[in-house]
Design a protein around this ligand. Structure first.
Ligand code: HPA
Ligand code: ZN
Length: 335
């Protein structure tokens, strides 16, 4: 199974670039920017990655991101992730980035986007990996702050495919961002959002009805409401599920009780993703491996998950079909 997963062509649809910041690279970049870290060694820092909930994680994740200062830092971070994609046969990736985490520290939007997108261009040339960028608004910040970010993004519109919504979910419902999402859609961005990770099914309703999202990040708590499940299936929205993230943040304590297979069985379109791999114990292939073992998934289940990852990507139809064909050929030979 491990080899089957390793070579399975796949796309990653839920990935925060700031969440790929491995302790080794964090130390290296902090050193070159002369920024102090309150940990003596890489091992000590990694040991601090123990969380009881989403907020615990976010506090450490935002602190780590402070080390990123220059365009080259964002390039190095992104290229390191794309190299990992290459060895895992991730053929396409949709990368979220949180501009406000950086612009609020005085780093320009341009520095962030140029570093990330130059790495994506190089990975396309070097490995043939395609990528799209999702600009995520931080939901613990105000609507006004998000409008400002939208404004800052406009000169770089050609590099950004979609908008997302992340950070502390509870107490920050999608309704708070209805107007900024409407404005973002008018500018041509596709609307996406985290919903139903720690928030209730009600938050997922708001995300689909008020924000009009085209894909649901996490979405676990949708299962609380059978009417909502029916609606998600009717609208053909996929869920970007992140098993190791769910385990690390205690959204799902035990992977053997994870609802991924149940979701598939009731007709939801599910994909497997790593979310913040440097913090949650594994890249996307590790997520496939762990959930396969925990739920005893078949090769066919894994194939369906990979197929969903291409079908529900934001790619154009021609590129999607190219990848789907590659996947079919692989599955025919290896099933
Ligand atoms: N949830 C919400 N915000 C985030 C996450 C997440 O899993 N990862 C990075 N920002
Ligand atoms: Zn996420």
């Amino acid at each position: 199974m491990q080899d089957f997963i390793k070579n399975l062509p796949k796309a990653e649809l839920h990935l925060h670039i700031e969440g790929t910041f491995e302790p080794e690279l964090l130390f290296e970049i902090a050193k070159r920017n002369q920024i102090g870290i309150p940990y003596a060694t890489v091992e000590e820092l990694r040991k601090a990655y123990q969380f009881d909930c989403l907020q615990d994680f976010l506090d450490i994740y935002y602190r780590g991101a402070n080390a990123l200062q220059t365009e080259q830092d964002f390039y190095d971070l992104t290229f390191a992730y794309l190299q990992k994609c290459n060895i895992q046969n991730v053929r396409h990736t949709e990368i979220m980035f949180d501009p406000q985490t950086h612009t609020d520290r005085g780093i320009t939007f341009e520095t962030v986007i140029n570093g990330i997108s130059r790495a994506c261009d190089d990975a396309k040339k070097k490995f043939g990996i395609t990528s799209l960028l999702i600009m995520s608004y931080l939901r613990h910040l105000s609507e006004e702050a998000c409008f400002k970010t939208l404004e800052q993004s406009l000169p770089f519109k050609d590099k950004i495919k979609a908008v997302g919504l992340d950070s502390s979910e509870k107490g920050n419902p999608p309704s708070k961002f209805q107007r900024v999402f409407e404005a973002s859609v008018k500018e041509g961005y596709i609307p996406l959002a985290h919903a139903g990770e720690e928030g209730s099914a009600e938050y997922v309703w708001e995300a689909i009805d008020l924000l009009g999202i085209k894909r649901i990040d996490h979405g676990n708590n949708s299962l609380q409401d059978p009417e909502l499940v029916k609606e998600i299936i009717k609208r053909d929205l996929a869920l970007t599920v992140c098993p190791l993230s769910n385990k690390a943040l205690k959204v799902q304590e035990d992977l053997t009780k994870h609802p991924l297979k149940k979701m598939m069985d009731i007709g939801l379109k599910v994909t497997v993703n790593s979310d913040d791999p440097a913090y949650f114990g594994g890249q996307v292939n590790k997520n496939y491996e762990e959930i396969q073992k925990a739920l005893n998934l078949s090769k066919e289940d894994l194939y369906v998950l990979a197929r969903n990852s291409f079908e529900y990507s934001l790619l154009d139809q021609v590129t999607k079909e190219k990848y789907l064909k590659e996947l079919e050929t692989y599955y025919d030979k290896n099933k």
